[in-house]
Design a binder for this molecule. Structure first.
Ligand code: PBG
Length: 329
């Protein structure tokens, strides 16, 4: 069909000029993804040569220490500079005793990873929920999580990670005062170089569902509303971040990421501090499931979800897609 020259417009602005070719689009691109901002979460179990696929997270497996080293080395070869470790202990009890055991999976993995790859960035999740028989994030007093006694257990876990050689400990429990207590304990023991990535604005989210399969950490009764944040709140997120920074957090995190882009943007704009965002298990599982059904283009949906998190202001992106995305970049 002939172009109707009679309808030609005279326009001062034609935004489409800048979208005409990929080189032009690339010239004016405002944000970029680079693999050096990605962190890959790993789930570590006891044993050797073990890779237990996590059903609700295709491509993610529980790994024994040797397999975790192999996976981290492969991630590094893809350009991913670091890992976030979760441990699944051999046994659980009401106090989550194995959380601070020097021979438990996380502590063993830290030592093995640091031995093989001294400059791999090793971050350890600090929480009791994977270690307690009831699946709650702390020590129970009746059906409530007792804050201050829980903090003393978290401090012991964080110290055991630091002794093993972690670069950063990442408390994800949302107890009050845990960053200050961990910072003080680390400093007193001479671990002033061990940093704290604080899960500062961690929401009580349905999107953690698949993780609780992966880490076997679903609460046996009740929920996490008494400590994780209400999804409706953003001023409160800023107060949480401010508190954790004052208590000594080096990096603050918003979690989940995709549904909380406004929170990431506000945290970054308000404090201008190193800010991480965690694209959690449910965000990953949704994209994987829709792609497996042919309903979404997995690669495009993955990259779009990640660039959105970056655009919102995240410096660091913790994502199960870290290796796939890094390979594409
Ligand atoms: C707590 C913790 C959780 C996640 C990270 N740390 C689960 C929870 O709070 O219930 C979720 C991560 C994800 O969903 O990918 N140790």
């Amino acid at each position: 069909m002939a172009v109707k020259t009679a309808t030609r417009l005279t326009l001062a602005r034609r935004p489409r000029r800048l979208r005409r070719t990929e080189p032009i689009r690339s010239l004016i691109r405002e944000t970029r993804l680079t693999p050096d901002s990605f962190i890959l979460p790993l789930f570590v179990v006891e044993g050797r040569g073990i890779r237990n696929d996590v059903g609700s997270m295709p491509g993610v497996a529980q790994l024994s220490v040797d397999e975790a080293v192999t996976e981290a080395a492969a991630a590094r070869a893809d350009g991913v500079p670091g890992v976030l470790l979760f441990g699944i202990p051999a046994a659980k009890d009401p106090d989550g005793t194995l959380a601070s055991d020097p021979e438990a999976p996380v502590q063993s993995a830290v030592r093995a990873l640091k031995r093989e790859m001294p400059d791999l960035v090793v971050i350890t999740d600090v929480c009791l929920c994977e270690y307690t028989s009831h699946g709650h994030c702390g020590i129970l007093d009746g059906e409530e999580i007792a804050n201050d006694i829980t903090v003393s257990h978290l401090v012991q876990a964080a110290l055991s990670h630091a002794v093993a050689g972690a670069d950063f400990v990442a408390p994800s429990d949302m107890m009050d005062g845990r960053v200050a207590a961990i910072r003080q304990a680390l400093d007193e023991r001479g671990f002033e170089r061990t940093g704290i990535v604080s899960y500062a604005a961690k929401y009580c989210s349905a999107f953690y569902g698949p993780f609780r399969d992966a880490a076997d950490s679903a609460p046996k009764f009740g929920d996490r509303r008494s400590h994780q944040m209400d999804p409706a709140n953003v001023d409160e997120a800023l107060r949480e971040v401010e508190t954790d920074l004052q208590e000594g957090a080096d990096i603050v995190m918003v979690k989940p990421a995709g549904p909380y882009l406004d929170v990431i943007a506000k945290v970054k704009a308000t404090f201008n501090q190193p800010t991480a965002a965690y694209q959690v298990s449910g965000e990953y599982a949704m994209l994987k499931a829709a792609s497996a059904n042919g309903w979404l283009d997995e690669t495009r949906a993955m990259m779009e979800s990640l660039i959105a998190i970056r655009r919102a202001g995240a410096d660091i992106i913790i994502t199960y897609f870290a290796r796939d995305a890094a390979r594409l970049l």
